[in-house]
Design a protein around this ligand. Structure first.
Ligand code: ASP
Length: 336
């Protein structure tokens, strides 16, 4: 099943010269190669395709329900999605499901399919080919992945790191799942294995009461105080420096301590793309462990946000939430 949600892939230029989503049934005609693939392809489209900058929790849920409702009938799912928030969606879907035993691949393009130099064609055709690849009798891919510019990445490890290069995505802290060259070479030791005992579990609820607080030199007490006192706030992804450090200023410590005492989950993620948070390596991060800030290890901000939304949306027990934040629940982090 091919699910078109929007994004540059199928966009066309409007009268003002801006790119806007387009009707996908017309887009698909632009890829005659699809007819020659040996696939029984069902294409469905969001009624109103969106630029992925407009993607919200409801769109994640809409995609998740399409997959869940058709899971038994189809061998694999390819989602066409804008690149801007593709890594967030891949992360969110990875938490909404457990026990995936089929390929679910997100892909998109940096240039619309109608344009001569478009990357859309290659991305879609290879994503479909990977989606239909078997390992013996079972699917090769058994998880959510992002395919872009010759690489298949683990979905909840992926990030959009370039806006004007075809190589838009990376998973700096996790090896590629596959590389497409003359042949598609799978990195099997890093891929989820097929487990027929495992039934699909579905957790569509997401709690939106979370925020990302990026630490920067010169951040003021007023700013941090306002963020940590947002009405209804339940979780904060703190984007810290390097291996998880933040300023050891008195007011910062007091504000964080106060937030933890009010039951807000503080999740420490590094601003660096590569490497891991190691709370306690420096004085400036030891304080965080003492306060009760939870280490996100090498998780991405995108996955951390989605994980907080998922755990806050599905789990009531505070200790279980804390414990799950600190470990991998869908392969989203590695504890070193
Ligand atoms: N703004 C577009 C989107 O995310 C960018 C893209 O698709 O590449 O929908």
């Amino acid at each position: 099943m091919l699910i078109y949600t929007g994004g540059t892939f199928g966009m066309v230029y409007d009268e003002d010269g801006s790119l806007a989503p387009f009707n996908f049934s017309l887009v698909i005609e632009k890829i005659p190669e699809l007819q020659s693939l040996d696939l029984k392809l069902t294409v469905i489209s969001f009624p109103d395709p969106v630029d992925s900058s407009n993607v919200d929790i409801e769109h994640w849920q809409a995609m998740a329900y399409i997959i869940k409702d058709h899971y038994e009938q189809y061998d694999a799912f390819v989602i066409l999605h804008g690149t801007d928030t593709m890594a967030y969606t891949a992360s969110a879907l990875s938490f909404m499901f457990r026990g995936i035993n089929k390929p679910i691949i997100l892909t998109g393009a940096q240039i619309p399919i109608g344009a001569t130099r478009s990357d859309a064609r290659e991305n879609l055709i290879t994503a479909l080919e990977i989606a239909s690849t078997k390992n013996g009798k079972v699917p090769m891919l058994n998880e959510i992945a992002v395919y872009f510019n010759y690489y298949l990445l683990k979905g909840n490890r992926s990030q959009k790191i370039r806006s004007s290069n075809f190589a838009a995505f990376e998973s700096e802290n996790f090896p590629y799942l596959a590389e497409s060259g003359v042949k598609i070479v799978f990195n099997e030791s890093f891929m989820n294995t097929h487990d027929p005992q495992q039934k699909l579990e579905f957790y569509p609820k997401m709690d939106p009461n979370v925020v990302v607080l990026k630490i920067f030199p010169g951040i003021t007490e007023e700013v941090v105080k306002s963020i940590l006192n947002i009405k209804g706030l339940k979780g904060v992804v703190i984007e810290s420096y390097g291996s998880g450090n933040i300023m050891s200023w008195r007011w910062m410590e007091e504000l964080l301590r106060d937030a933890v005492s009010r039951g807000i989950f503080l999740y420490n993620v590094s601003q660096c793309m590569g490497g891991s948070v190691v709370q306690g390596r420096y004085e400036t991060s030891k304080m965080l462990s003492d306060i009760g800030v939870i280490s996100g290890h090498d998780i991405t901000t995108e996955a951390a946000l989605a994980k907080l939304m998922h755990l806050l949306g599905t789990e009531r027990n505070v200790d279980i939430i804390k414990q799950k934040l600190n470990v991998s629940i869908r392969g989203e982090l590695t504890v070193v």
